[in-house]
Write a protein that binds this ligand. Structure first.
Ligand code: 6R9
Length: 635
């Protein structure tokens, strides 16, 4: 029996039991069999959740790019590693073989070195979904630099905050990007961000849209001429198992974004292992994940997990609606995609359009369908199952987080029977626990509670960059000796998990995690706004949308409310990005508050969701009368 590739349910249970009985032995066997180590570990695991400190494969040495690229060259040199599908369907797709990928990563790595980037330096990557994006991650990893990818839909303010938080000395960007029918001036956004980033010495600019952009003397350099000059081989930097690989920011419920730090060996082993099992990848398969590499899903399941398995991974630059709503299905047919991994929000958007878009394409290559990012509702699940999977392809509803690095709870296709809305069973090595409000673990089945993980897994984030205390407070303080996910879940009579959603102030809009605090901060910057609170409410396509309650300063009360609404959304767009715009903005004279002055978002959420009948006890509020006013003026 191989631990590495599970093929039926009995085997899953066997492997799972083994992984829980002796996790160290289990993860040692996985690591022994499938990777290239420059030096083996002295100790598989040491951990202490009270500090918290977790180390996997201590003493081992490796380079993740040797595992993702070099190791495949003898057997898969001519195999396609990356299929690049451009935004415009008339532009030809590019097939990059493992040998070509090796060359391009080495050249890029040499450019980074020539520009003075060293092991441990932070490099910010702000690129559209073009091959240079995947290649730049790998080039950083080749030389031991820590990449920090910022999603290219984020605003200049969001970008500069992230650059400064981790003190990046370089930014890699492009002259612009294509998104559907639009061209976006990425370099302009970078220029604006860099007004506030004195630490950035170099900006490398890839050419994508051939626009006429300003290049700042001494700081900005075109990438291509540097690549043309660069040597085609680059000896990989030998890294320790726990050396940092990357930082990726995720929103918290309060304060600034958290730079989650992932390290090398554990992340590699776990993403490779979960990719292989969750997608049942076979040698000749073509795999496609539609996420942007700017999110953790893209890091783990477009780049590292697939490449560590020598897979062919599709990298799509565009959007599902361009040139029409059939684009996803056209790409599946064109590249004969076998595993397709997307988000519920995309499924809901496409399900609203005519079925002709799906039906005119041959989707018979599909073997596995996946979803990630938020709970998938039953209707969307059935639409996906019937129209895309033709009822023959299992749907893997994969639950995980930026912090977990890889998929944690998910069916194994063709092994675990699926049920709509259930992420089903923990993957081997994952030990979930449901907790009650008093901090006790709830044992047995048919129960619900707050979802924790009680034993380390290799891909867990090790800290928040520059703020270990916050890491401890956020994830390891709610429940003793357990990692708290921030999600609620139920466990049904057979032990299947269903994720019920966040229990904190993070709202998931179209699969993007948005913290309430930064959005409220942005709204409050409007000169007419005194205070604000935002909550999520159900939305057909986005899953959740944002409802804002805004108190105006006296000076703002006479202003045209629709104009104010537009201006508020404009500020949000500038500070965070268009994904955080509010669907509804209600002006109010007050917000319900506890006596200690905390806004009672629970009440506001219920009102936004039209659940006025069970608002709970409002008598302990500082200002109970305001609740009635808010209900009467609800939008
Ligand atoms: C990978 C990713 C994490 C949060 C997570 C949860 C929600 C993700 C889910 C899901 C229900 C699923 N989430 N997958 N909820 N079912 N299959 O999305 O990471 O952006 O950090 O978001 O997303 O609430 O806590 P991230």
């Amino acid at each position: 029996m191989s631990n590495y590739h599970i093929k039926h349910l009995e085997e899953y249970y066997q492997v799972y039991r083994k992984s829980v009985r002796d996790p160290e032995n289990f993860w040692e066997e996985v690591a022994e069999e499938h990777f290239l180590w420059r030096k083996k570990w002295d100790k598989v695991l040491s951990w202490d959740f009270t500090k918290p400190e977790v180390k996997w494969y201590e003493g081992a040495q490796l380079n993740i790019t040797e595992n993702c690229i070099d190791r495949h060259l003898t057997t898969r040199g001519e195999k396609t590693a990356i299929i690049f599908e451009p935004n415009n369907p008339d532009e030809e797709a590019e097939h990059i073989t493992y040998r070509q990928l090796h060359e391009r990563v080495c050249e890029f790595a040499n450019v980074l070195k020539d520009q003075g980037v060293k092991k441990g330096d932070r490099v910010c990557i702000y690129l559209p979904m073009i091959p240079e994006l995947a290649i730049s991650l790998l080039a950083c990893a080749r030389i031991g630099a820590i990449h920090s990818v910022v999603f290219a839909g984020f605003s200049s303010t969001a970008l500069s905050t992230r650059i400064n938080d981790s003190d990046c000395k370089m930014v890699i960007t492009s002259d612009g990007s294509y998104r559907g029918g639009k061209e976006i001036d990425l370099k302009g956004i970078v220029d604006e961000a860099l007004h506030d980033c004195p630490g950035v010495k170099t900006v490398l600019v890839a050419k994508r849209i051939n626009s006429d952009i300003a290049m700042k003397e001494g700081r900005d350099k075109w990438l291509q001429p540097l690549l043309d000059e660069a040597y085609r081989d680059c000896v990989p930097e030998i890294m320790d198992a726990e050396d940092p690989l990357f930082i990726l920011y995720t929103s918290g419920s309060t304060g600034k974004p958290k730079g989650m730090l992932h390290t090398t060996a554990g992340y590699m082993v776990y993403t490779a292992y979960t990719f292989k099992n969750v997608f049942q990848y076979r040698e000749k398969d073509v795999y496609w994940c539609t996420a942007d590499i700017g999110w953790i899903t893209g890091h783990s399941y477009i780049v590292y997990g697939p490449l560590a398995n020598g897979a062919t991974t599709v990298l799509f630059e565009g959007v599902p609606s361009y040139p029409d709503f059939g684009r996803f299905w056209e790409i599946i047919e064109k590249h004969k995609v076998n595993q397709f991994y997307t988000a519920p929000t995309a499924i809901r958007a496409l399900a609203k359009e005519s079925l002709d878009f799906v039906e005119k394409h041959d989707l018979s290559s599909i073997k596995v369908l996946g979803t990630v990012g938020e709970p998938i509702n039953e209707e969307a699940w059935h639409w996906y199952n019937v129209n895309v999977g033709k009822k023959k392809s299992p749907i893997v509803d994969t639950w995980w987080q930026t912090e977990t690095g890889g998929i944690m709870i998910s069916p194994i296709p063709y092994a675990t029977p699926t049920i709509p809305t259930y992420a089903t069973l923990p993957l081997p090595g994952v030990q979930p626990a449901l907790m009650d409000e008093n901090g006790n673990e709830i044992k047995g089945n048919q129960v619900d509670g707050r979802l924790c993980i009680k034993f380390p897994w290799p891909a867990m984030a090790r800290t928040i960059w520059g703020n270990h205390q916050r890491y401890k407070d956020t994830y390891f303080s709610a429940y003793e000796n357990k990692y708290f996910t921030g999600d609620g879940a139920l466990r049904d009579e057979v032990g299947y998990y269903r994720i019920t959603g966040r229990v904190d102030d993070v709202i998931i809009v179209s699969g993007h995690n948005l913290g309430t605090a930064p959005i409220e901060d942005a709204i409050n910057e409007h000169p007419a706004v005194a205070e604000s609170a935002i909550v999520g409410f159900p939305h057909d396509i986005k899953g959740s949308a944002l409802y804002g309650y805004v108190i105006l300063k006296v000076t703002g009360e006479s202003r045209d409310q629709n104009n104010l609404r537009k201006e508020i959304n404009q500020i949000i767009t500038e500070q965070i990005g268009p994904i955080a715009k509010l669907d509804k903005i209600q002006f109010t004279s007050g917000l319900p508050k506890t006596r200690s002055g905390k806004i009672m978002r629970r009440i506001l959420r219920k009102i936004a969701c039209n659940e006025m009948e069970n608002l709970g006890d409002t008598s302990t509020l500082l200002n109970p009368e305001v609740v009635q006013e808010i209900i009467e003026n609800k939008l």
